[in-house]
Design a protein around this ligand. Structure first.
Ligand code: OAD
Length: 235
């Protein structure tokens, strides 16, 4: 099974990859739904919805600032690095990530679609201006030059994805010979919908996850294990 996956990855000229929080787990960033995950101990309604932010922007920002500081102390792992090598040798390669941590970029991945935005970007709720800042934010919530309150540049529950992101991801998945799905519970849509889309278009879909997901029975090859171990072997 592993050898079949490796052969498919090596033969493919068009590859798409969908990643989730699990690929950053071995860098030390908690996932959302596994043991110790963010949504096991926090209410996403309070922290990751526009309504929660409108109610208490300071409380939401304190949580994001804590996450930003946690992420700032981490580094890409062997899984992120393997995907950089795969991109270098694959003529048509698209990395679609649900992660907002920026570790794929830090590793050196180039063609990255950030479906759920970027935790280092701040966006004004009044004028829409965006800026990237990795600095520690002292006065929360931060303010835009125009006087409006800034919010984290991430996608919250009930919100649209960044313009064009899912369309570009779907195009990449439809042309891909292989889709690698790594470190996602595949419970959040529209991202999870890319998996059946790839299958319908005849791609070999390889799942990498220590646990079963709702798609484990449907994918072509399910590899049980950690992405920082399996991705380097696969590539
Ligand atoms: P989840 O927390 O839902 O799922 C993480 C997955 O990673 C689980 O299936 C784990 O079994 C798996 N996993 C854990 N450790 C791993 C490892 N070392 N190697 C590989 N896999 C591992 O996270 P996501 O699927 O990314 O949305 O969640 C999707 C979205 O839900 C997130 O982008 C976030 C969240 O609400 C937004 O922020 C909009």
């Amino acid at each position: 099974m592993f050898e079949d996956a490796r052969a498919a990855v090596h033969a493919a000229k068009r590859i798409a990859v969908l990643t989730g929080a699990g690929v950053s787990a071995e860098s030390g960033i908690p996932t959302f739904r596994s043991n110790g995950g963010f949504w096991r101990n926090n209410r996403f309604e309070d922290l990751a919805t526009p309504e929660g932010f409108a109610r208490d922007p300071k409380f939401v920002w304190q949580w994001y600032e804590e996450r930003r500081r946690g992420i700032a102390a981490t580094r890409p792992n062997a899984g992120h690095e393997a995907l950089v090598r795969l991109e270098e040798r694959t003529p048509d390669f698209t990395l679609i990530t649900q992660n907002v941590d920026g570790l794929h970029d830090a590793a050196g991945s180039k063609n990255v679609i950030r479906l759920h935005g970027d935790i280092w970007t701040l966006r004004c709720t009044k004028c829409g201006a965006e800026r990237v800042s990795r600095e520690e934010l002292k006065d929360l919530p931060p303010n835009c030059k125009c006087g409006g309150i800034e919010r984290p540049g991430v996608v919250w529950f009930g919100e649209d994805l960044p313009p064009g992101a899912i369309e570009r991801a779907a195009e990449a998945v439809q042309r891909a010979e292989v889709l690698i799905v790594a470190g996602t519970s595949a419970q959040v849509y529209p991202a999870a919908g890319l998996i059946p889309l790839a299958l319908r278009h005849g791609a070999t879909v390889i799942e990498i996850n220590p646990e079963e997901t709702d798609f484990s029975d449907e994918v072509t090859i399910a590899l049980r294990g950690k992405s920082a171990e399996i991705l380097p072997q696969l590539v």
